[in-house]
Write a protein that binds this ligand. Structure first.
Ligand code: ZN
Length: 133
């Protein structure tokens, strides 16, 4: 999948380019060096992938041996977290995907660009808020 994407309410990603929606470019707006695919944005973009190391340090879990969307979704399954901790960790990972997706859309479409340095803090605060409500 390449090109700017969005997620419908059912969680499926849709490629705007393949749907005939004209965009200026389908190159990643963050690094300007690769096609903007789901895999690239969430797992491989040099400008964003550091977020997974921040989560690694926050939770004291080992990074997946190979970072991909699939390995991130299944990250908790390969950790030494308790079953209850794995449920919370899964929620944090889902929150991270949501924050990254929201950040990218805001970076592309908003006139005031969001700060990359706020991504991790946003993940932490939203995770606490969503898990406690
Ligand atoms: Zn990129």
């Amino acid at each position: 999948m390449s090109g700017v994407f969005f997620f419908n309410g059912d969680g499926r990603a849709y490629n705007l380019v393949s749907r005939g929606i004209v965009l200026d470019s389908n190159i990643c707006s963050m690094c300007s060096s690769s096609l903007e695919t789901v895999e690239h944005v969430f797992a491989n973009c040099v400008e964003l992938r550091g977020i997974w190391s921040n989560i690694n340090r926050w939770w004291n879990v080992q990074n997946p041996s190979s970072v991909s969307v699939d390995s991130l979704i299944n990250w908790a399954d390969h950790s030494k977290l308790s079953v209850m901790q794995q449920k919370y960790f899964d929620a944090v990972i889902c929150t991270a995907f949501w924050v990254l997706w929201n950040f990218c859309n805001s970076f592309i479409f908003d006139s005031v660009k969001p700060w990359k340095s706020n991504i991790f803090d946003d993940i932490v605060s939203r995770s606490f808020y969503w898990l406690s409500n």
